[in-house]
Design a protein around this ligand. Structure first.
Ligand code: GTB
Length: 219
């Protein structure tokens, strides 16, 4: 059995661990699973052979022993359900953790993503200054609610789980922004997540890919 995931050969995030292969790499590292990474150019991602794996021509995809999966959340959920260590064993506790996985991707990520895209891609638009407060307000409201839930807890639902893994990758996108800094418990939560050895290994691996691409361009 051999797992292969896909990732950018030259990530536009410049190795900051913001592309969505990061959460899959992290889950694989948490579970101690060996895996290969197939690196793709933007052009390769749109070819028919890759669209057969990932219908939208995006990274990541996941292949393991005849199973082909796409959507980073579905891949992390599959890994967490098929191995032990990333979801509680008790069915009710497991259902709660899965609810938080959906919350990370469905409720928290959309406003965070909108805000981050606006800050990167829309800075020069004449309406940027008018739109930004609205986007920041949406992120603020979600973080306020998340902060209230987390309180002084270490993780969202008891022990560290796939829900924390996804939520930390979503919040990481806020970087050092004032939006995250306002919430001391969320800042500490993200720091706890990214300090995990499995995260550090996954981060180093994706950074090495970016650095190799940069070196190739220089040579
Ligand atoms: N819902 C899908 C999933 O979770 O798997 C979304 C996958 C996705 O958006 N993949 C992006 C992609 O392949 C890369 S991660 N884009 C190429 C394309 O659509 O043609 C998103 C991303 C891109 C760039 C940065 N960045 O520069 O900081 C961060 C995150």
């Amino acid at each position: 059995m051999s797992i292969t995931i896909t990732a950018f050969e030259d990530s536009p995030d410049r190795g900051r661990g913001l592309a969505r292969d990061m959460r899959v790499r992290w889950a694989l590292e948490e579970l101690g699973l060996a895996y290969d990474v197939r690196l793709l150019s933007f052009e390769e991602m749109k070819r028919p052979d890759y669209l057969a794996l990932q219908p939208f021509g995006q990274i990541p995809s996941y292949v393991d022993d005849g199973l082909v999966l796409f959507e980073s959340g579905a891949i992390v959920l599959h890994l967490a359900q098929s191995r032990t260590g990333l979801l509680p064993v008790d069915p009710n506790a497991r259902a709660r953790a899965v609810a938080w996985m959906f919350a990370a991707l469905n409720t928290v990520e959309p406003p965070v993503f909108e805000w981050s895209m606006a800050t990167v891609l829309e800075r020069e638009k004449p309406w940027h200054a008018d739109r930004l407060p609205m986007l920041e307000g949406r992120v603020h409201d979600r973080l306020q609610q998340l902060s209230a839930w987390l309180g002084e807890s270490e993780w969202l639902e008891g022990a560290f789980s796939a829900a924390d893994l996804l939520m930390v990758t979503v919040l990481s996108r806020l970087g050092n922004s004032h939006l995250l800094a306002e919430w001391a418990n969320l800042t500490a939560y993200v720091s706890r997540g990214v300090a995990r050895p499995a995260y550090r290994r996954a981060f180093a691996d994706q950074l090495a890919v970016f650095e190799a691409a940069s070196a190739r361009k220089r040579s």
